[in-house]
Design a protein around this ligand. Structure first.
Ligand SMILES: [Zn+2]
Length: 112
């Protein structure tokens, strides 16, 4: 978390906002847990546990929504619901962005 969600002050590692004094402990824990769940999602996906990957990704998204988490969760959800789509015609609008950012993912899909 770079800025206080209450007053937008720039934050350091402290749990209290230096400007407004808001206690950000729970927000910081949610952010940390979101990253942890996203890592678990990607690990689960890598070993073919797609339903588990989707569950972790959705939990990560509920804990802390970021553009990366949203795209990753969307992509993982698509992977658990439908067969992979051609890279030339992304089904979901954000899928093209994800593939541009993580182009190598197209080469690491596992066969089922
Ligand atoms: Zn503040």
């Amino acid at each position: 978390m770079e800025r206080c969600p209450q007053c937008r002050a720039r934050l350091g590692p402290e749990a209290l906002c230096p400007r407004c004094g808001a206690d950000l402990t729970l927000a910081q824990r949610a952010e940390t847990e979101s990253v942890r769940r996203l890592h678990r999602a990607l690990t689960a996906f890598a070993v073919g546990e797609h339903q588990m990957a989707n569950a972790h990704a959705q939990a990560a998204l509920r804990l802390h929504r970021t553009p990366f988490t949203a795209v990753a969760a969307c992509w993982l959800k698509d992977q658990t619901q439908e067969p992979p789509q051609s890279s030339r015609s992304p089904k979901h609008p954000r899928m093209g962005l994800f593939r541009r950012i993580f182009g190598a993912c197209n080469n690491t899909k596992t066969e089922h």
